[in-house]
Design a protein. Structure first.
Length: 258
């Protein structure tokens, strides 16, 4: 994820959104990898999920996120109504190949559905200093996700317990070729541990619209499709290693049919 703190023009807007910088994102947990001098400090931003901050975020997304996405892209959304039958939190997983993936997915969810959605972001990048953790959380609703993974109590499981749905890109980072990479087990583990469903999502066209190393969508309002699939539930006794291939297959089928 990158931010245009010092750039002029409208590009500051799109890069101000935390878009889950691929090579830095990963597994589950609320810390950051230990450095040579010991554990790095993680600036938690739990306050961004307070009622006042959530109201501010909803307003920012309404006046900034949606107009920007619709001005630069043509977004086709299918199957988002499937989320309405869940009746509780879920882990939303999608393929990841562009900085556009996060804002496009949030736009596709719509104001009501994204109201209690938190987006995973790399703890060791976006939460190493307050001036990255605060704005990314306020605008997008990010929370720290540790690249190493980890089990037990952490930000991810606590958010699910509090009724928040999570957006996680299980490839662990952006694909620099557009091809889907193998899924990591963190999302499946969280869903099984919390007893919540996984919602597979296929994002098609984001790589072509804004591939890695490109900082603004291509001209001509490229077309992007966002396809939500049927929620997947863990089976009795199923382990994350078995659930993960089912999730990966579901995303692959959605991509093939989108």
């Amino acid at each position: 994820m990158t931010m245009l703190m010092g750039e002029d023009g409208p590009r500051r807007l799109v890069r101000a959104f935390p878009l889950a910088r691929g090579r830095r994102a990963g597994g589950g947990g609320a810390g950051a990898p230990d450095g040579p001098g010991g554990p790095r400090k993680v600036h938690r931003n739990d306050w961004v999920r307070s009622r006042p901050a959530s109201a501010v975020r909803a307003g920012l997304q309404r006046v900034l996120l949606t107009p920007l996405m619709r001005a630069e892209l043509r977004i086709d959304v299918r199957g988002v109504e499937l989320l309405d039958g869940i009746g509780g939190p879920a882990v939303i997983v999608a393929n990841h190949s562009s900085h556009l993936d996060t804002p496009v997915l949030l736009d596709a969810l719509g104001p009501r559905r994204r109201r209690r959605v938190a987006v995973a972001a790399a703890a060791d990048y976006f939460f190493d200093v307050w001036w990255r953790s605060a704005p990314s959380g306020l605008v997008i609703g990010t929370f720290p996700l540790e690249r190493r993974g980890g089990r037990g109590a952490n930000a991810s499981s606590q958010l699910l317990a509090d009724g928040w749905s999570l957006v996680i890109f299980p490839e662990g980072g952006r694909s620099y070729t557009g091809e889907v990479r193998p899924f990591k087990k963190g999302a499946a583990y969280l869903a099984l541990e919390a007893g919540v469903p996984v919602v597979p999502v296929a994002l098609r066209g984001t790589f072509e619209a804004m591939p890695p190393r490109q900082n603004w969508p291509s001209k001509g309002r490229p077309r992007i499709s966002v396809t939500f699939g049927e929620p997947l539930h863990g089976r009795p006794g199923e382990r994350a290693g078995d659930f993960t291939p089912r999730i990966e297959e579901a995303v692959a089928k959605l991509l093939a049919n989108s």
